[in-house]
Ligand binder design. Structure first.
Ligand code: FE2
Ligand code: FE2
Length: 361
């Protein structure tokens, strides 16, 4: 999702964008982040114009009707304002349509096509199920140990209450993107420099995680005690992650990368439990059908497949962002694949083994 204010100052040649989008890691960045970097310098004249628009690249599928979001005081969806309709007086109200019809956008292109996705479609979307990033260096090792130790209390508390477990985890998962986005936003203001394309992506990630939470809340109602625990954990986690990001943003993104590796494995196990009948495969909540553009007959299993695909994006993105900080190439327009290879920043393929022990969740 791209919020276009009155002035945009970045530009990126289409060829360079293609190179970035084709690199192994950059493909996991949200395409809207890339598109925002690619958009040429332009001035959107009236300061009262508010535009939220989706991917404009011709190579992507057109979104279905519910997902088209382009609003302005001068008409919706038009690429140029209709000059004949420009009001004579400045009007600073938020357009009503924006207040009532603005919905979160999914993170992956696959969920933004015209056609609603069936189970087969979801299963056909490629995903790196075996991906695990070996820690390299002290910072990575610390991140890895932190995430491993975090599992112990979670496993003890929730055991096999899968839905309750994911509700609690998603409340935590939605924190890092917001904290990181906020801190980079403040840094950009302090230094008066461009953020390199990070902020919109990080905030989008936080929103995506919140949608995971809202979806599961429709499936399981947490008890009062669990809600109290979530509040307490959020209070602690927010501050700890904030402090960690201030001390070492590289480690912080690596921590999130490892958390997301675990999330992919956890959702895989949840799918196994649905397949064996341990978990009931009921109908998907409407919020999930709308958000991931699923068929009306979608099930909880379809929701798990969709969320696991999201978690895979977060996993690759956060490892990639940590690599960028380590390589001192934070501008997302710079291709770092060669540097990553030279520094041996390559994944191994044993995530299942790493994250399935000692308990299988
Ligand atoms: Fe999530
Ligand atoms: Fe995630």
């Amino acid at each position: 999702m791209t919020f276009t204010a009155s002035l945009r100052t970045t530009s990126m040649p289409p060829k360079a964008l293609r190179t970035l989008a084709n690199t192994n890691n950059a493909r996991f960045l949200s395409t809207s982040s890339l598109a925002s970097l690619a958009r040429p310098c332009q001035i959107i004249a009236p300061a009262t114009t508010v535009r939220i628009r989706q991917e404009t690249s011709a190579s992507l599928q057109q979104p279905h009707q519910n997902q088209i979001r382009a609003f302005s005081l001068f008409g919706s969806g038009a690429s140029k304002p209709d000059m004949g309709r420009i009001p004579k007086e400045v009007k600073n109200d938020i357009p009503e349509v924006l207040l009532h019809e603005s919905h979160p956008l999914p993170m992956r292109d696959e969920f933004m096509g015209k056609k609603r996705l069936s189970t087969k479609d979801l299963e056909a979307i490629p995903i790196d199920l075996g991906f695990h990033r070996e820690p390299s260096g002290v910072s990575d090792w610390v991140a890895y140990q932190v995430v491993k130790s975090l599992r112990i209390p979670v496993d003890l508390f929730f055991r096999t209450k899968y839905i309750h477990r994911v509700v609690a985890l998603e409340t935590v998962a939605a924190v890092p993107g917001m904290v990181a986005g906020m801190l980079r936003h403040l840094r950009s203001l302090r230094r008066c420099t461009h953020d390199g394309g990070w902020i919109s992506h990080l905030l989008h990630e936080a929103e995506n995680e919140r949608m995971h939470l809202l979806t599961w809340m429709k499936v399981a109602q947490p008890s009062l005690f669990e809600r109290a625990m979530v509040t307490a954990v959020q209070g602690v986690f927010f501050n700890v992650f904030f402090a960690l990001y201030m001390i070492s943003d590289k480690t912080a993104h690596r921590v999130v990368g490892y958390l997301e590796e675990q999330a992919v494995v956890s959702y895989t196990h949840m799918l196994d439990e649905i397949a064996t009948g341990v978990l009931e495969n009921g109908p998907a909540p409407k919020i999930a059908i709308d958000y991931w553009n699923l068929e009306e007959t979608a099930t909880i299993r379809d929701v798990c497949l969709a969320i696991r695909l999201d978690e895979s994006v977060h996993m690759h993105t956060n490892h990639h962002l940590s690599d960028r900080i380590a390589l001192k190439h934070e501008d997302l327009r710079q291709d770092i694949q060669k540097l990553q290879e030279e520094r041996g920043m390559v994944p191994s393929q044993n995530a299942e083994e790493v994250w399935s022990k000692p308990n299988k969740y």
